[in-house]
Design a protein around this ligand. Structure first.
Ligand code: COA
Ligand code: AMP
Length: 628
């Protein structure tokens, strides 16, 4: 019920009758066939939303606004300090380009239910390709550009795309990232091969196209006939987004069409206070869930103008870049990662650069990706003189589990807290036996089923994997994998993961996958990777390796090779720059590596000797490694 006047009213009524609440919110979406049941508990891993309903997400994001007379309003503003370009695409232009790219994909044989991988930098064609898939009822899977060929190959092998849409290159400060060799390498590594690739040729570094397989994207778009919107079931997948799990194998989080459109449309106003015609900027990347939800789908579903920024918070050209963009495009709400704020704070601690811009139109700053450390939250709030809202979510949920809600008035500012549960999320902290803990006690943050619309209903072709990853530990609950507590006021404090996932500069990474890479080095007997505290990035990975007996090459040669290996196999985004050789790793008597203990030592915490440790002397060596 998006018309509630207070948070308590909205949250309470949604808890009492979720199906009725979300059915009311669903009136904001255009359906080609109304749903039979707002929630059907008998479907999928825990039930599905809007069963029997039919719609097209692209129609709701583009065509509908043109038909309502808003065709001349900018839909997407591409602001690229990396190229010096600024392109404004109206809703009509976006619809027309998307219809033609859909036509080009259809000509290559893509039909409803087929997968299309999108491996692209921050260019409008990335959003257009996503929406073109949605238009056809095809399922897109966007892969972040900072991943290496091997990571792309894993996703190609799992999603089995008919077509891959990519670009000749991405642009990072000081270097051109040539995508084509990475793409070719990935296709070679993958047992599944796409029928065709559509390549955006960028003038900074055009690529050689493979005859018979590759086509120039813009030429294909120009030659194509516009394709209409194909209605799909609300429960059909819209996209797969691979995210780090605890093992080296990424999880393919599935998002449906109907629930996704409803919850994201609703979230724009309820959380961010943005409505049709407002300008909204999520300074993230389309390769991450924040980019899917808040660069592309939610703002467009709501008829807002969305900013797509190809640049960095600092260095393109300076730490005033975000404020320049906000002022120039009259951004009402900015959403970014705390690491971006820390980068700006480092270079412009007194916020002098922000004073150069008229930020009167900016109403709030939202942060997510990791917990925002209180000093950074306070700094941003004082510098901007605007509300700062930390909100907590995951790839799996697709929108915020906890937040502040501008529609109802924000809660009092509590730096370090992630706000209160969004309507639809019945959140509690549980002990390890699944018992609900009282307010103030820290435990496993878990959501009572069912999850609200837009939360991933399953993993790609892996219901069992979904159940065992999220539902098995606490029957009737979804385990978020985060630890935290709910205080007396109902504010939620998320304190960190309970598994081997780390967050590096807002990028979610698996230490397990880095360990797999280190362990594959011929000189390494065993290893551990932990996420150590980092001033700028929140966490950075540190690898500890034990060498095989008889290896007597200099440590520095081996650690340099290890750093290069992680970059080659996982990608630069892993930020893996620190590997150290030790003689032994601290372990329990049953042989489990004490990673949490190592992490605490790396962070300079005083650590009691764990009672289960096999040899306490191993901790002394780790202490020396980190403290010199
Ligand atoms: N394609 C190719 N390479 C990429 C990339 C991409 N899309 N994104 C990042 N990389 C590379 C970077 O160039 C860097 O390479 P390097 O090792 O050669 O320097 C490496 O991956 C690490 O990148 P990053 O961790 O982003 O560090 P940085 O030093 O380049 O920038 C910040 C630091 C804080 C400015 C930057 O991390 C940032 O803006 N973070 C915000 C993250 C975000 O939006 N997260 C989404 C969740 S809301
Ligand atoms: P991702 O799937 O990449 O969005 O990462 C999700 C994880 O990032 C969560 O499980 C949390 O560990 C962390 N996270 C994201 N946002 C926040 C936040 N606002 N506060 C605390 N942790 C966060």
């Amino acid at each position: 019920m998006s018309n509630a006047t207070s948070y308590d009213e909205a949250y309470g009524s949604c808890l009492r009758d979720p199906a009725a609440w979300w059915a009311e919110a669903a009136e904001g979406i255009a359906w080609t066939k109304r749903w039979d049941r707002a929630f059907d508990a008998s479907l999928g891993a825990y039930g599905q939303w809007f069963a029997g309903g039919e719609l097209n997400t692209c129609y709701n994001a583009l065509d509908r606004h043109v038909e309502a007379g808003r065709g001349d309003q900018p839909a997407l503003i591409w602001d690229s300090p990396m190229t010096g370009r600024l392109d404004v695409l109206t809703y009509t232009q976006m619809r027309d380009r998307t219809a033609k790219v859909a036509g080009a994909l259809a000509k290559l044989g893509v039909v409803r239910g087929d997968r299309v991988i999108i491996y692209m930098p921050m260019v409008p064609e990335a959003a257009i390709a996503m929406l073109a898939c949605a238009r056809l009822g095809a399922i897109h899977s966007v892969v972040f550009g900072g991943f290496a060929a091997a990571e792309l190959a894993t996703r190609i092998a799992d999603a089995k795309p008919k077509v891959i849409v990519s670009a000749s290159c991405g642009l990072e400060p000081g270097r051109i990232v040539k995508y084509k060799p990475l793409l070719d390498g990935a296709i070679e590594m993958s047992p599944h091969k796409p029928d065709a690739c559509l390549i955006l040729q960028r003038e900074q570094s055009p690529a050689d196209l493979t005859p018979g397989r590759d086509h120039d994207l813009l030429e294909a778009e120009a030659a194509a006939l516009p394709h209409g919107c194909v209605p799909v079931l609300a429960t059909d997948p819209l996209y797969i987004l691979y995210t780090s799990g605890t093992t080296g194998r990424p999880k393919g989080v599935v998002r449906d069409n109907g629930g996704h459109a409803v919850a994201l449309w609703n979230s724009m106003k309820m959380l961010y206070g943005c409505d049709t015609g407002d300008t909204y900027w999520a300074a993230s990347d389309v390769g991450w869930v924040v980019g899917h939800s808040y660069i592309v789908y939610a703002p467009l579903l709501r008829g807002c103008t969305s900013i797509m920024y190809e640049g960095k918070p600092v260095g393109t050209p300076d730490a005033g870049a975000f404020w320049r963009v906000c002022a120039q495009h009259k951004v009402k709400v900015l959403f970014t990662a705390p690491t971006a704020m820390r980068a700006i704070k480092q270079q412009d601690p007194n916020g002098k650069l922000s004073a150069n811009y008229d930020l009167s139109g900016l109403e709030a700053l939202y942060l997510a990706g990791e917990r925002c450390d209180p000093p950074t939250a306070v700094w941003a709030a004082e510098m901007l003189q605007k509300p700062v809202v930390d909100h907590w979510w995951q790839t799996e949920t697709g929108w915020a589990i906890t937040s502040g809600f501008r529609q109802f008035g924000l809660f009092p500012f509590k730096p370090g807290s992630g706000g209160r549960p969004s309507p639809g999320y019945d959140l509690h902290a549980l002990d390890d036996d699944g018992v609900v803990l009282p307010r103030g006690a820290t435990g496993n943050l878990s959501l009572k089923l069912p999850l609200p619309p837009a939360c991933g209903p399953t993993l790609w072709q892996n219901d069992e994997g979904y159940r065992s990853s999220y539902l098995a530990d606490f029957p009737g609950w979804y385990r978020t994998g985060d630890a935290g507590m709910i205080d007396e006021d109902g504010d939620v404090w998320v304190m960190g993961r309970t598994d081997d996932i780390i967050n590096v500069a807002g990028h979610r990474l698996s230490t397990g996958s880095m360990e797999e890479v280190l362990a594959s080095h011929h000189d390494v007997a065993e290893c551990a990777v932990i996420g150590a505290k980092d001033e700028l990035k929140g966490q950075t990975p540190v690898g500890l390796v034990v060498l095989k007996s008889g290896v007597n090459r200099p440590d520095i040669d081996i650690t340099t090779e290890l750093v290069a290996l992680v970059r080659e196999r996982i990608g630069p985004v892993a930020s893996f720059r620190d590997a150290r050789v030790v003689t032994r790793l601290p372990k329990t008597r049953s042989g489990k590596i004490l990673r949490a203990t190592i992490r605490k030592i790396a962070d300079g915490e005083t650590v009691p000797v764990p009672p289960t440790i096999e040899d306490p002397a191993t901790l002394d060596e780790i202490g020396k490694v980190f403290r010199g």
